[in-house]
Design a protein around this ligand. Sequence first.
Ligand SMILES: Nc1ncnc2c1ncn2[C@@H]1O[C@H](COP(=O)(O)OP(=O)(O)OP(=O)(O)O)[C@@H](O)[C@H]1O
Length: 355
Amino acid sequence: MSEKNTLIEIEDLSVSFPGPPGGRRLQAADRVRLSIYPGQTLAVVGESGSGKSVSCLSILQLHPIPPARYDGGRISWRPDDTQAPVDLMTKSERAMRDIRGNQIAMIFQEPMTSLNPVYTIGSQIMEAILLHQDVTRQQAKEIAIRALSDVGIAGPEARLKEYPHQLSGGMRQRVMIAMALACQPKLLLADEPTTALDVTIQAQILELLKHLQHEHDMAILLITHDLGVVAESADVVAVMYAGRVVEYANVHALFERPLHPYTRGLLRSMPVLGANVDRLDTVMDGATVPEDFPAGYTVHAHEITPDPELGYGGPKVRLHEVEPEHWVLCEPDEGGGNPTFPRVGYVRAMTPAGE
Ligand SMILES: Nc1ncnc2c1ncn2[C@@H]1O[C@H](COP(=O)(O)OP(=O)(O)OP(=O)(O)O)[C@@H](O)[C@H]1O
């Protein structure tokens, strides 16, 4: 992975919303950093309100401003490996319209939020194709039929004439995937794509996504509450808590050797096989990163690699420089410590002696 360029790299993304009258703004995403390589699946997990969707929507610059405010960050997007990356945060609305649905597509939990009930399936898929591709109506229809057939919909030509309400929930989700993939995006943002479906259909849709990802060499950013889905589908995992990414790791490392106390709590809350859990419980109270780092994993400020670019010698190390890719947010030296370093930073995970 490390010799490849990242497809997308989010650095220090901060997004806030107005707080209560007279109160502080709500920091929904707080210096979020994530990266995804081409063809990879990154799962973003964390309890309700931890900032998963806010971070995801920021990629497509979909927050209405106001009330949202981008407080900083960079989203480097490199759909073509031979070209320099562009920063999506600086793109105009017009440029973003070209990118949305074309280079980066999105599917949601509830397909009815993206499917229009008064138009046929065919006209909606064809409209998405005609918007981004230089093709005739007849060609768009052929692409739509192929897209429906690719997502396992039988008799696709007849289905084109149907309305969303004539389809089951699972079918609607397949149609939405067909629509999202019709323009062959490099990155699919999938926000809880299977939460509203029953377990068998969930498994089918995840299997379908995996298959299509392979066919199209597409990366997926998958937001989910379901750690079973993470274990099944993800290559890497970012754990979010209170607007921050507290841990980022390869899926095996995360399950086998979770480092952050929040991640450990999250894994402990993993439902027993067969239990139906809609939302994970809150596993940690309080809005700050805990101080009780497990013995052996304690990180001191002097172990944080300084980055001269930041001027103040802040803790910033690029993700692709390390193997294995395992990062944890820490709060070293409560009370100040070395004044050269800020108190909070990301560090490379270390294996304690004896492991
Ligand atoms: N439009 C908005 N106006 C005000 N606050 C918002 C808005 N959108 C999100 N927030 C707040 O930002 C925080 C992060 O929300 P976000 O939707 O990203 O959480 P999430 O991790 O995706 O949760 P869920 O799993 O429930 O979707 C929450 O406190 C939420 O209330």
